[in-house]
Design a protein around this ligand. Structure first.
Ligand code: M6R
Length: 369
């Protein structure tokens, strides 16, 4: 039930903090990751030499975020593939390949068929799923449930942050099994992850009002672009998907580094561009590079809405608007930066008078191929 909320989507965005907290609950003990549901496949996980993450839509974007962290922590190669492309290209699989499917419903036919195919080819399968007893987890060797609670709105929001959280738990678990992170290293990442729910809560509280205003004055907009880098890249894709499906606005997400390879030609005066800005505290030079992307598009007349960490003053002179997120280590920024984009999609659809819970032409669970 909506319980007084104007839409399921608004309720579900407000539940993003607890979706992360509930997915962590009972799985962290004194800084260590305990995933008893994976005990039966411990040997398999130890022997894995490759991970393939499968999903569609938002679930695939969660997989893309997860790839960066799992590779970094567990030092195992990770590929992410759209489920519906996977089995039509004769992929190379064997018993040392772990196929991780990500699905909120656990009933998405494209993903189910891809998992079946992977099993037939001898790969090991692990399902990250939000629905107890659904078909995909039943047909997988192991399951790691997300505990986001039932998601009713067609557009996925709280399931996304829970999926990223589950992938991070899996990454840290693999890192422990493979010895690529020591106990202190795992405890450090877990502490960062456990701090995420309160930070998401503060984003929901501080950003919602301003984003609703922005969405209101943008309600006639024809096209919105989203830029991000590293883990911010899938966040940009997710922001664009929400806008397409909810507000029926043409939207595209790009890796910011790709701009000069083509998309910058789209920039004309008045073009709205959301930019997910990496932390200036990150030792890589990504923050500087993204700020210079902002300068480039601004010089061509773009209106820039930056999603940037609190205290990042470098973006201020170049952005038309800055939406702030709390400080977090780089891998945890997507869990914060995605929230304003979820709110934006919902508010823009609302400003256009559309049904945010049930967009046209879409079903919550896509059970046909
Ligand atoms: O139930 P699933 O997670 O397998 O669904 C996958 C996609 O169909 C789903 O994420 C879809 O892209 C959403 N409508 C996005 O908001």
């Amino acid at each position: 039930e909506k319980g007084g909320w104007p839409s399921f989507m608004k309720k579900e965005i407000s539940e993003e903090p607890e979706a992360v907290a509930n997915t962590l609950r009972g799985r962290v003990h004194e800084g260590a990751v305990t995933l008893h549901e994976l005990d039966g496949v411990a040997e398999v996980l130890q022997g894995v030499n490759r991970v393939i993450v499968l999903g569609c839509g938002t679930a695939a974007y969660a997989g893309m975020v997860g790839k960066y962290a799992v590779e970094k922590w567990a030092r195992v190669p990770v590929d992410v593939e759209l489920s519906h492309e996977f089995r039509y290209r004769d992929p190379v699989l064997d018993e040392r390949t772990l196929v991780v499917s990500v699905s909120q419903s656990g009933e998405t036919m494209d993903t189910l068929m891809a998992v079946r195919y992977a099993r037939e080819q001898g790969a090991r399968t692990l399902s990250i799923c939000n629905t107890q007893g659904a078909t995909i987890p039943r047909e997988s060797d192991a399951v790691l449930y997300t505990h986001a609670g039932p998601e009713v709105a067609v557009a996925s929001t709280k399931a996304f942050v829970a999926q990223v959280t589950a992938l991070y738990l899996l990454g840290l678990h693999l890192a422990g099994l493979r010895g690529t992170l020591d106990a202190a290293g795992i405890a450090h990442q877990m502490a960062e992850l456990e701090a995420v729910p309160a930070k998401i809560q503060s984003v929901v509280e501080t950003a919602s009002g301003r984003i609703a205003e922005l969405a209101h004055w943008m309600s006639d907009t024809q096209s919105v672009l989203f830029l991000g880098r590293h883990v911010g890249f899938p966040v940009a894709l997710e922001g664009a998907l929400k806008l397409k499906e909810l507000a029926y606005i043409h939207a595209e997400g790009f890796a910011a580094g790709e701009l000069k390879h083509g998309p910058i030609a789209l920039i004309e005066p008045g073009q709205i561009v959301f930019v997910v800005v990496p932390s200036p505290r990150d030792p890589s030079s990504l923050h500087k590079k993204v700020v210079s992307n902002i300068q480039e598009i601004r010089a061509r007349g773009a209106r820039v809405i930056a999603i940037a960490e609190l205290g990042d003053v470098a973006v201020v002179p170049f952005a038309d608007e800055v939406i702030r997120i709390p400080l977090a280590a780089p891998f945890f920024e997507p869990l914060l930066a995605v929230v304003p984009l979820h709110i934006f999609g919902m508010e823009l659809a609302t400003a256009k008078g559309l049904d945010v819970d049930q967009p046209r032409n879409l079903a919550k669970s896509v059970t046909v191929e």
